[in-house]
Design a protein around this ligand. Structure first.
Ligand code: ZN
Length: 453
């Protein structure tokens, strides 16, 4: 019997930010990938002669970025939400468009947004698909995701048309059961099923409870929009909170609700640009962080926010610093000066939010979000550009200096998906074509220039 060695990949001489407490940062190290997993991390590693080698000299290697809340169907609607003012504006101009999306639009939208995310170093996304208007919408979204090769937690949306939420509930639950068993036996396991639980204010406790109980029976990671206040408390009192149920936004969460989340090990997904732009209370992120609730980040609405987590890290850091400074000013400690424990938030926390914390939020904290032996090989090599690396903490360089243009190499599940700044197996033109098809079908907008289609 011959033993077939798994394909091997050796990344050499990179500055490796493992995000693993035991391994820390490695100034100049190699990472060996065999098959889909990282098998060794260290200096001057030996590798099988046939291993593909990638020179990481002068670059930073980080775990692939993980977005914990994005509505991928809105990718082709980029810019439509740019100047919106408050939730009523969003509910008037963007959200109703979901009803105009056909199943083929979902396919194209997921493919285009996933391609753009991979190009930007986002190797995993929780697609909060609140546009499962028919069973085919869910099937085609999954098919679009499979084409990109991005790692996706497809969070099946229970929030359909408002007028028929209860009437549509049985077929949605049935499809969730079917997809759960279908995706569990998926050979590469890149697309997994999660549950985008309905919003309490629309669906009511009875439907939401049924959904969460089903999700738990099937072992699905779950998430829900927490917009009006006190819903975390309501779910807690109903015994429904858990580390597998991640609230999104939660800007108005009270201290006792944060304690409830911390007690059950749940995180919160913050989508800072959308929340800040919508005028929401932003002190929640610092409060959650200090209460032991692990924050993670998402783009949320690509109709308004770029498909880029570097921008979210930068904005989040400054929002949190501004909040700490405001607290100092209010208590008369002004001008700012260092006191014990202040400032609490450091740039490196942002990289934790989009790696280790986010991996926990999508239910894969034990195999994603770190560069360590046994972890899945989802990796991003970042160029530090022609103008030199930052002084000080390299994680600060990633959080505050890097942009998608610095993403040199992207590896998902041991497969190279971008190399030397160019996508492999995908093209930007295919994604652009998909965007234009959706715009034409949904909005009757023809591309200005056919050459770009
Ligand atoms: Zn959302």
């Amino acid at each position: 019997m011959t033993h077939v060695r798994p394909r091997a990949l050796l990344i050499q001489n990179a500055m490796v930010l493992t995000m693993d407490p035991a391994l820390g940062d490695l100034e100049k190290a190699d990472v060996l990938v065999e098959g889909t997993r990282i098998t060794q991390v260290g200096a001057a590693l030996a590798a099988p002669p046939e291993a593909e080698r990638i020179d990481g000299s002068g670059m930073i290697l980080i775990p692939g970025l993980i977005d914990t809340h994005t509505h991928m169907w809105q990718g082709p609607l980029k810019g439509l939400g740019a100047g919106l003012w408050g939730t009523p504006d969003y509910q008037k101009h963007v959200f109703p468009l979901r009803e105009k999306f056909g199943a083929e639009d979902m396919h194209d939208a997921c493919f285009a947004a996933g391609t753009e995310m991979l190009d930007s170093g986002i190797t995993t996304v929780l697609d909060f698909c609140h546009n499962t208007m028919t069973p085919a919408h869910a099937e085609q979204s999954i098919a679009g995701h499979r084409r990109t090769g991005q790692r996706v937690l497809f969070a099946y949306g229970m929030l359909g048309e408002f007028k028929s939420l209860a009437a549509d509930h049985p077929w949605r639950l049935a499809q969730v059961r079917e997809l759960a068993s279908e995706l569990r036996s998926d050979p590469d396991g890149l697309v997994r099923l999660g549950l985008a639980v309905g919003s309490l204010e629309y669906s009511g406790m009875e439907l939401v409870k049924t959904e969460i109980e089903l999700g738990r029976r099937l072992g699905l990671p779950m998430s829900f929009h927490q917009n009006p206040p006190a819903q975390i408390r309501q779910l807690g009192e109903a015994g429904l909170l858990g580390s597998d149920l991640v609230p999104v936004h939660a800007n108005l969460a009270a201290d006792d609700e944060l304690e409830m989340l911390a007690a059950c090990g749940a995180g919160i997904s913050f989508t800072v640009e959308g929340e800040f732009g919508g005028g929401r209370a932003m002190n929640i992120i610092g409060r959650a962080h200090r209460a032991g609730v692990t924050p993670s980040l998402g783009v949320d609405i690509p109709s308004r926010v770029a498909l880029d987590l570097f921008g979210q890290m930068r904005l989040t850091f400054h929002v949190m610093r501004a909040e700490e400074a405001l607290a100092e000013r209010i208590t008369g400690r002004w001008p700012l000066a260092r006191r014990p424990g202040t400032p609490h938030i450091q740039p490196r926390h942002m990289l934790e939010y989009v790696t280790v914390n986010a991996a926990r939020a999508v239910g894969r904290g034990d195999e994603l979000g770190r560069i360590a032996p046994g972890y899945l090989a989802d990796l991003v090599l970042l160029s530090t550009g022609p103008y030199s690396m930052s002084l000080g903490d390299p994680a600060a360089h990633v959080a505050l200096q890097s942009t998608p243009a610095d993403v040199d190499t992207v590896i998902v599940n041991g497969e190279v998906r971008k190399r030397a700044g160019r996508l492999t197996g995908l093209t930007r033109a295919d994604a652009t074509g998909a965007i234009h098809r959706v715009r034409e079908r949904v909005l009757s907008i023809k591309p200005h220039d056919a050459a770009h289609a």
